[in-house]
Design a protein around this ligand. Structure first.
Ligand code: PMP
Length: 359
């Protein structure tokens, strides 16, 4: 007898589409906000040696103690604060949602933003409220305060710099929103390394705040390692629903290795910031494009015939992220992740050819 998944799984799961990741073989990858820079060869070799010493017949350290100690040290936080690791910050988002999931609770984020907030809320049968940003992608504080008052969210995600729009939020405005929220606020600092501003010091000011970060944007996307920073009282509860051994041994060792070579990572981040700024300036030379400013490693470009440009770039084997079906504010937009100098030059060359072809 054949049993249908629809008779077992929830109807909304059956109705959902899986998260799509474009096959990137042979493409210049400017679609996923990763670092374009791998480790230099000598460090890859040194990392391989460290990994070779692991006994993979054993489970990893369930609390990732060494890694935690090293990272806490590097962050220079007072011992009032602790960390909770996730398999990517995506898992941290899932844990937060799981912890409030009662079929009624509301989750709020400022749209357009990272799609996983909405996706995870749906998976955990939460009510997701998206508060629209201003046309220029800045946060509309008054509108958000009104939405908080109306919806009383259990979780509010603030994302400075935001994905995909690259905008930040001042500490003053963030504080206003945190103070107004009856639940927990998560400041998702996935892109803080590329920004002039970080809001981690707000932890000292607000009781209902966690900061979330990730290794994914600074050279460790393949590790799948994200973390929450905050007071024990919150993290202890989330730790109860974390699956045992969620951070594998290879990731723990490799992440420690990256922390040991922070100067290399920091240099790569500086290179990305400079490349982002010169790519944005070069793209602004094309009068047809509107290129938005960004404090992240990616940025939004608007163009009337963006679908044509997007397919042209695909033909030229350059992957950028379509944003035109993402949110009405992103009408005719794509999102471009900063590449290496060579990749950025290839992109500019392809766009230049596109416009020559048009004229
Ligand atoms: N937050 C934001 C704002 C992001 O853009 C991303 C990745 N695109 C994440 C979190 C998830 O990162 P991770 O790879 O650590 O799951």
């Amino acid at each position: 007898m054949s049993i249908s998944p629809a008779s077992v799984f929830r109807a909304d799961v059956i109705a959902q589409k899986a998260y799509q990741v474009h096959d990137s073989d042979g493409f210049i990858k400017m679609d996923a906000n990763e670092s374009p820079h791998p480790l230099p060869a000598h460090l890859k070799q040194a990392l391989a040696e460290r990994l070779a010493n692991l006994d993979l017949n054993r489970y990893p350290d369930g609390a990732a103690r060494h890694l935690k100690e090293k990272l806490l040290n590097q962050l220079g936080l007072s011992n009032k604060y602790d960390l909770l690791f996730g398999n990517g910050s995506d898992e941290c988002i899932g844990l937060l949602m799981q912890a409030i999931s009662d079929g009624q609770a509301k989750v709020m984020a400022l749209e357009p933003t990272f799609v996983v907030y909405g996706l995870a809320a749906k998976n955990f049968q939460l009510n997701y409220v998206g508060v629209t940003l201003n046309e220029d992608f800045s946060v509309n504080v008054e509108r958000t305060l009104a939405a908080i008052k109306e919806h009383q969210p259990k979780l509010l995600f603030l994302t400075p710099p935001n994905n995909p729009t690259g905008n930040i939020l001042s500490a003053e405005d963030a504080s206003k929103l945190i103070e107004a929220t009856p639940g927990l606020v998560i400041i998702d600092e996935a892109y803080e390394a590329f920004s002039r501003q970080r809001l981690i010091s707000l932890l000292d000011k607000h009781d209902n705040l966690l900061i979330m970060r990730t290794f994914s944007k600074i050279g460790g996307a393949g590790l799948r390692l994200g973390y929450l920073i905050g007071q024990q009282k919150w993290l202890i509860e989330l730790d109860k629903i974390r699956m045992p051994y969620n951070i594998n041994s290879l990731t723990q060792v490799a992440a420690e290795f990256l922390l040991d070579h922070a100067e290399v990572i920091n240099q790569q981040v500086k290179t990305v910031i400079a490349a982002r700024d010169s790519l944005i300036s070069a793209l602004r030379e094309f009068a047809e494009l509107t290129v938005y400013p960004s404090e992240a490693n990616m940025f939004v470009v608007r163009y009337e015939k963006v679908r044509d440009l997007h397919s042209w770039l695909n033909e030229k084997k350059i992957l950028v992220r379509q944003a035109y079906n993402w949110h009405p504010l992103l009408n005719n937009c794509i999102r471009i992740s900063t590449g290496t100098a060579e990749e950025n030059a290839a992109l500019l060359c392809a766009i230049s050819e596109f416009f020559k072809k048009q004229s």
